[in-house]
Design a protein around this ligand. Sequence first.
Ligand code: KG4
Ligand code: ZN
Length: 356
Amino acid sequence: MSEFSQVRMVDTMAEEKTLSEIDLEASSRILGIETSCDETAAAIVEDGRRILSNIVASQSELHSQYGGIFPEVASRKHIEVIHAVVERALYGAHLGIEDLDCIAVTYGPGLVGSLLVGVNVAKGLALGRRKPLIGINHLEGHVYSLWLTKEEAEIEFPVIVLIISGGHTEMYLMEDHLQYRHLGGTLDDAAGEAFDKVGRLLGLPYPGGPPIERAADTGNPSSYRFPRAVMKQGYDFSFSRLKTAVYREVNRYDSGRMPVEDLAASFQEAVVDVLVTKTVDAVEEFGAKAVHLSGGVSANRTLQRAMKRHIEVPVRVPPAELCTDNAAMIAAAAHWHFIGGERDSLELDVNPSLQL
Ligand code: KG4
Ligand code: ZN
């Protein structure tokens, strides 16, 4: 079997950079490596803002046959493709390892076997080529994906940051670079996990977010009034009651007769409603100057539209390829640690339950 069987490798750069476009005065040029879940990714970013290359090898087609991620299969696939992914990132940026200032790698949170692959490759490169090493929290990567969007040169703090992915639904108040105050998070299922589980109930492929969004486009969001678990106080979330409510409705139908579009639209509406309500409250309470959405679920256009409609300050979302897992965001986050003089030793270890 070829090393790329069942892995889709995407170079998300629309056009390749020419050598003359690469800023020789850049204060940092960092290789990011990301293997926390089922994407094997490597990217090179300059000054935490400009992407020189961004390679993502996604295993989602491979895992879709299991209806979810199979951790052992994931780590084995990472091992098979990681070197080629790193090489392509260097090639795309016209750089060799010797041109880099630092190697950055996700060390948590995530699947332990998957994280180990990225961390060990990064350590090997750092040791073999005498380059500084910086371990990055995957969630902080999602935060810094917003600094990779072209139009935003200067971002004013404080910012409400909502990370909504398959493993996380977390809200932070960010008062400066690398300063996070955790406002709340999910008490049970993450928003993306709810999309994935409901997708399975509706007979849609994994991961459930994109097919639910597509089905919802032609459904009626008012067909079912699913529960909105809006906690009265604070910024915590809960999506398990909503999932159970969808399950109950689904069981009322023979599978062939299930109104998938209406169920998808009503479920999506309930998730969006909860996320928007809490975010509106947080913007008001903390006088935020902007809202940043990141993580896979923030690619959802109904969510983006609802946020922009209800929130008066700018709502920023990275382009779709930077919402989902990638290594450019890891290199972008590393820039701010790098210019602050932080370095990790070769003792850097994975931390599957790392928090921000
Ligand atoms: O950030 P991400 O790529 O990986 C994690 O760190 O988890 O997020 C993946 C999650 C999956 O649960 C997927 O169903 C969800 O993001 N997702 C979406 C959409 N695209 C991806 N959820 C809702 N609508 C979408 N368009
Ligand atoms: Zn993620």
